[in-house]
Write a protein that binds this ligand. Structure first.
Ligand code: FNR
Length: 418
């Protein structure tokens, strides 16, 4: 596997090759990991005025200005050195296009279907917890914006609005993200409630037996503000988070989340619900095969937005390995670092059936509520459609592996030159 090499070795090999003369590509290699700065403390683009926003990343600086430090840091930060956080973005920038020309692109269709549900585009909303810290409308605003855009919203277990409240915002195709609590009665009840509230699938998060070490939250002694609660657990006396000596969320997870979770529980989940189960957090071929064997309906290649284990590869670097191991037996989705329509195209070219966006949604929510989330979805949609046009693709099925060139492609042609 190509990333069994230490990453810097890979960069050195590639940087020494005359094959890699793209300035964009070199930009990704020449920056040593140690000098890269994480999102919580790192430099941001100057905030655009609200009417001047031209890409989804510009909401981050506005969110930083608007939000209390504890809330902003919770949304922006990631685990430890935040190496994977940077890498989730940089790995996209090392994938280049091989566009086709002189193809009639006057009509472009980006509709698709996910688990049998027809949606307007292969761009969906990832589960992000506690959205009412970003905006008073929180998950309601996100649900309305996703529904208006004709796409899927995934609601976090740790939402500050309940499954019933989100369902009451109106029609929409929604998935429910599940954290498995030690108390399985709690899990059973919650899954049943989600099912009754019309949620169409369970996204089972499997990368969080313990919470990753998010140093910004530790420094801030992060805790959910007292006027909010984890609404899905309110009636169960698990809706509040106590102040702790470090991160209140890390302590909550240590107290409530089941560290024994294993593949047999994926089977168990299928006995308590008929909803399809997406396994969220797979990044290896080995686990892909186990997901297939254990009845998953799909896989989300995710490193939790780099908030769990630092120094895992970018999701876009892990995608192909998973797609190959899945052998078309289930759909493979991706999240992590998707900020441009070009990123969406790259993920689809490498075999993803669709992508999910996390942070841009919360930053836009903080900046402009529902209108902000709508604008994020619109900008990604428009950029993606333009990328299709400029690559000579009129339907998602036209996007092929030959439309992109990756690091591993370049490595394959290198040995004779070493
Ligand atoms: C998350 N993520 C997450 N995942 C999950 O399964 N349950 C959750 O409650 C949360 N909460 C959460 C909060 C915040 C603030 C962030 C940034 C992320 C992970 C999320 O679903 C997704 O995997 C990443 O956010 C995708 O990466 P990007 O788009 O943020 O780079």
């Amino acid at each position: 596997m190509y990333y069994s090499h230490p990453h810097h070795t890979l960069h050195f090999l590639l940087a020494s090759s005359a094959l890699t003369h793209s300035p964009l590509y070199l930009q990704g290699q020449t920056q040593p990991a140690a000098s890269r700065r994480g999102a919580a403390g790192g430099s941001l683009r100057a905030p655009a005025k609200m009417g001047e926003i031209t890409n989804v990343m510009e909401y981050q600086a506005i969110a930083k200005q608007k939000l209390p430090k504890m809330a902003y840091d919770y949304y922006a930060s990631a685990a430890e050195d935040e190496w994977t956080l940077q890498e989730n973005r940089e790995a996209f920038s090392r994938i280049l296009f091989r566009p086709r020309i002189l193809i009639d692109v006057s009509r472009i269709d980006i509709t698709t279907s996910v688990l049998g549900f027809k949606i307007s585009m292969p761009i969906m909303v990832a589960p992000t917890a506690m959205q009412k810290m970003a905006h008073p409308e929180g998950e309601y605003a996100t649900a309305r914006a996703a529904s208006a855009a004709g796409t899927i919203m995934t609601l976090s277990s740790w939402a500050t609005s309940s499954v019933e409240e989100v369902a009451s915002t109106g029609p929409g195709i929604r998935f429910f993200q599940l954290y498995v609590y030690k108390d399985r009665k709690v899990v059973e009840q919650l899954v049943r409630r989600a099912e009754r509230a019309g949620f169409k699938a369970i996204a089972l998060t499997v990368d969080t037996p313990r919470l990753g070490r998010r140093e910004a939250d530790i420094k801030n002694r992060f805790v959910l503000p007292p006027h909010l609660s984890l609404k899905n657990f309110e009636g169960l006396d698990l809706g509040k988070m106590d102040q702790a000596a470090d991160s209140g969320l890390a302590s909550y997870v240590a107290g409530q989340i089941d560290r024994t979770l294993s593949w047999k529980d994926v089977k168990w989940l299928q006995t308590i619900t008929s909803l399809p189960i997406l396994v969220k957090g797979v990044i290896t071929a080995e686990d892909t095969r186990l997901a297939v064997e254990n009845g998953a309906a799909g896989i989300i290649v995710s490193n939790h937005g780099a908030r769990q284990l630092d120094y895992v590869p970018a999701t876009i670097s892990a995608l192909e390995e998973v797609v190959k191991a899945a052998r078309g037996q289930l759909p493979v989705f991706l999240d992590g670092g998707v900020r441009r329509g070009t990123d969406v195209f790259k993920a689809l070219a490498l075999g993803a059936a669709g992508i999910f966006v996390g942070r841009p949604v919360v930053f836009a929510l903080a900046a402009a509520g529902e209108a902000g989330v709508s604008n994020v979805l619109k900008m990604l949609r428009d950029e993606f459609e333009l990328t299709m046009a400029l690559s000579g693709c009129t339907r998602l099925a036209d996007i092929t592996r030959n439309h992109v060139v990756t690091e591993s492609d370049r490595l394959r042609v290198m040995p004779s030159r070493l």
